[in-house]
Design a protein around this ligand. Structure first.
Ligand code: GLY
Length: 356
């Protein structure tokens, strides 16, 4: 077993984030569970198979899902609930989600409502979900045209971070997660993890067949930052908003891409969104030449930096956030790696500062 951190809510331990060298080590943690049900993304059935083997016959049921944005719906949640019911899952059940953020959101939500709530655990299989989505207890589904409109915040009892499962991750998905890794270290840069992550991502270590040395430590360091933020602010009343660095712009970029039928991953949008956030910080005097620095670092790390859409065309989607929060958008403004501030601005004020 590797390192471990605890997510605490109101001073009480709510979930354990545990580093594993290989999935076989999961047996030592989950082996004593009376009723394990595995919900897995069919694209990573090999990880589910390794987990099931590690639990040597202790798994009562496994449910494959299509973990796509289109299927991130109540229908899929009900399908999981129905499968649990048919398999005889009791209130002692532990639902283990194996997959990326869509899978952990779906399975966590299903577990949170099944028989008024059973425990769940996450085995994130993408870099993005290891450093962000699988930690912190956000679960949910899309509803009508809105992303993540229905859901609850309930902490997973375990999040198992196994770097080995990333070895089959497509390069583009890996880079999508790299963007959230850098985001985390822009918020908290203890031990210069930001600079270390940029160097690792820029090196040719990622081109080899094995995962680069140091990746597992950086993933765990990012997970620890997130676990700390969530422990202090589980329901996003304040500090947790910092984790949305770059996301106001990113959501608008993703919205614009969908309208145009173009393919932009969440991480790519977050990368471009953080550059726009740095531009806004520079314009408001919160930072000095940060846009230039991040542009250089992110490009060096292989991430996209230039938003392909006119920034003015992003305003409408940003305005949608504004309506939800009484006229103001909670902008996260980076000062330098390791320090961000929160500032409420209207979209018009932000666009004015950006001279759009
Ligand atoms: N992905 C940001 C959060 O969990 O709060």
């Amino acid at each position: 077993m590797g390192k471990e951190i605890t997510v605490t809510i109101d001073g009480k331990a709510a979930g354990r984030v545990v580093g594993l060298d290989r999935m076989a080590d999961a047996g030592a943690l989950l082996g004593g569970e009376p009723e394990v049900f595995v919900v897995y993304d069919e694209n990573v059935s090999w990880v589910a198979a390794e987990l099931i083997a590690a639990l040597s016959g202790g798994v009562r049921g496994s449910i494959a899902i299509d973990a796509s944005e289109e299927e991130k719906s109540m229908d899929t949640v009900l399908l999981i609930c129905r499968s649990l019911l048919e398999a005889g899952a009791s209130r002692r059940a532990l639902v283990v989600a194996v997959g990326g953020g869509i899978t952990t959101d779906l399975a966590g939500f299903a577990a949170s409502i099944y028989k008024r709530g059973v425990r769940y655990a996450n085995v994130p299989t993408t870099l993005l979900s290891q450093v962000d989505a699988a930690i912190g207890g956000k679960t949910g589904v899309n509803f009508d045209a809105y992303k993540n409109m229905l859901g609850v915040i309930v902490q997973p009892v375990y999040t198992l971070l196994c770097a080995d499962v990333l070895r089959t991750l497509p390069r583009r998905d890996f880079l999508s997660g790299a963007s959230e890794l850098l985001k985390t270290f822009l918020i908290d840069n203890e031990d210069n993890h930001y600079e270390k992550a940029v160097r690792l991502l820029a090196s040719d270590a990622l081109d080899g067949p094995a995962l680069p040395d140091g990746l597992q430590d950086l993933v765990f360091a990012a997970a620890a930052v997130k676990a700390g933020v969530v422990s202090r602010d589980p329901f996003e009343a304040g500090e947790r908003r910092k984790l949305n660095l770059g996301h106001t712009f990113a959501h608008a970029i993703e919205h614009e891409a969908r309208l145009r039928g173009e393919d932009v991953t969440h991480g790519e949008a977050v990368s471009m969104g953080m550059i726009l956030a740095a531009r806004l910080s520079d314009a408001l005097g919160v930072s000095d030449s940060l846009e230039a620095r991040l542009t250089q670092d992110f490009a060096f790390a292989g991430l996209p930096v230039a938003c392909p859409y006119p920034t003015a065309s992003l305003a409408e989607a940003m305005d949608k956030d504004k309506k939800a929060e009484g006229g103001l958008v909670h902008f996260v403004l980076p000062e330098r790696p390791g320090s961000v501030i929160l500032r409420d601005l209207t979209v018009a004020e932000a666009l004015h500062a950006l001279k759009i």
